[in-house]
Ligand binder design. Sequence first.
Ligand SMILES: O=P(O)(O)OC[C@H]1O[C@H](O)[C@H](O)[C@@H](O)[C@@H]1O
Length: 561
Amino acid sequence: MTDTTASTPFEVHVPEPVARATAAALDRLVADRVASRLDAGDPTVWGPEAEAEASIRLGWVHADRVSAPLVDEILALRDELRGQGVDRVVLAGMGGSSLAPEVITIAAGVPLHVLDTTDPQQLRRVLDADIERTVLVVSSKSGSTLETDSQRRAYEAAFRAAGIDPAGRIVIVTDPGSPLEAWGHDHGCRVFTADPHVGGRYSALTAFGLVPSGLAGADIHGLLAEAGRALPGLLADDPANPALRLAAALGGRALATADRVDKFAVACADGGRLADLPAWIEQLVAESTGKQGVGVLPIAVAAGDLEVAAQGRTADVQPVAVADRTDAAAQAALPDAVWVTGPLGAQFVGWEVATAAMGLLLGIDPFDQPDVESAKAAARTLLEHPVEETPALLTDGTLTVSAPGEFGPVAEAATLADALAALFDQLDDTLGYVAVQVYADRIGLGDLVSRRDALARALGRPVTFGWGPRFLHSTGQYHKGGPAEGVFLQLTRVSDDPLAIPERPFGFARLIRAQATGDAQVLAGHDLPVLRIESTDDAGLARALDTAVTAARSRRSGPRD
Ligand SMILES: O=P(O)(O)OC[C@H]1O[C@H](O)[C@H](O)[C@@H](O)[C@@H]1O
């Protein structure tokens, strides 16, 4: 008897009109044998310019097998730590070194405290709690990421201040040969070296995803098994291959001259297990595809938000729903959406294959991130030299408004609402989007995200929402290297918190401000409109966003030429 209850390992449903409009892209992916060439580790898929990078970046295709021996090692360490009463796991890491573990542990319902910030308020909350029960995982592929290094320094000092030897409480995950590996060995820490043939954003099923998640109590063996079950179907040159169908549906119209669809809004449709998956998809797709003036922009949204709603969404955005199992009633309620269904391990490899295939459709290298370095360099320069203030346009209570690079008539703005209206006037009504970038405590002020949908509805255009500096390691590449369609609203919570970074001449408050200033300068240097609002209190951030919604509404209802 056939088992009709077995869940499908990975399934993609593409609405008929989308499938028709992207059929040529799917044909191309099958004819170019992208799936079997990935399976074989062929680095020539993306052309001669991408070959050198691709030749050291395809280890993720078989990560389920390569990572299997790690599982017992991680679980043994977890038991050892628990035996010592150490059961609280904190992760220091940015981008590809923290997004996957956060998704995995949320799906598993186990606690993991992710430090992917330089915001002093957010850091203090984690640093000040339960240190006697805490193990810190420091994850960095390069071993030189400034935020991660700063978090590690702060925690090491906190362990020492509490009379705890950091050697037994800091676990390192890094590439072989990195400065962090050397630091870990020199300081007697447990060190896991990852497969160096996997880039950060493709590393979910390597030591980067597995060590923190496994220590926190997630079923990492099951996760690898889910990927293993899906992979054969994902590596077949077949028009039924769900990853190729996903790539064609999302990337097949991104370069069209008419009716371009170069964005997708992704929501978790099962309300629970995969709730955080859209944040991981954002980094994978944005950083992989957004370069050389082209790209596919992923926008993480909630299920009822404008960009996925049946009414009012815009033609350049494809709605996407992710869920861990098929639910016919939910699918019927969102008939225009591409549905991506499967358990988390399968979602990881399915999206990775699809993203690599999108790289072929777009003609770019899906494994590099050429524009990420520019923001880091600008922040470093600002930290080494006294910060050069962009003159303020105006102040409003606790808020200071400035526009590096200027744009339109913003210099004449007399009020915050005027400045916001000037920014929104730069928005292209066909392909433009607004990127809201908030450098603040993303846990304590998490409610600010709820204003994203209101702003999108008021503008009638898509809105992305990123927490700084986290998004610099995720969608930041797309904003600078992708199509010049964005206008940028940057909010920064400035503070005089003295939280120090040991052996550095600057503390966290100065660092986060330099990161915001540096990125704004780089964006303005690309001739992109950037409005900066700095707030000396938490309430100012909410007030600035509420004013943005009001300004956006009057733009829509006011006279248009
Ligand atoms: O793991 P790390 O070397 O610390 O890198 C963390 C992140 O840094 C950069 O921003 C890259 O663009 C990301 O892809 C990467 O995930």
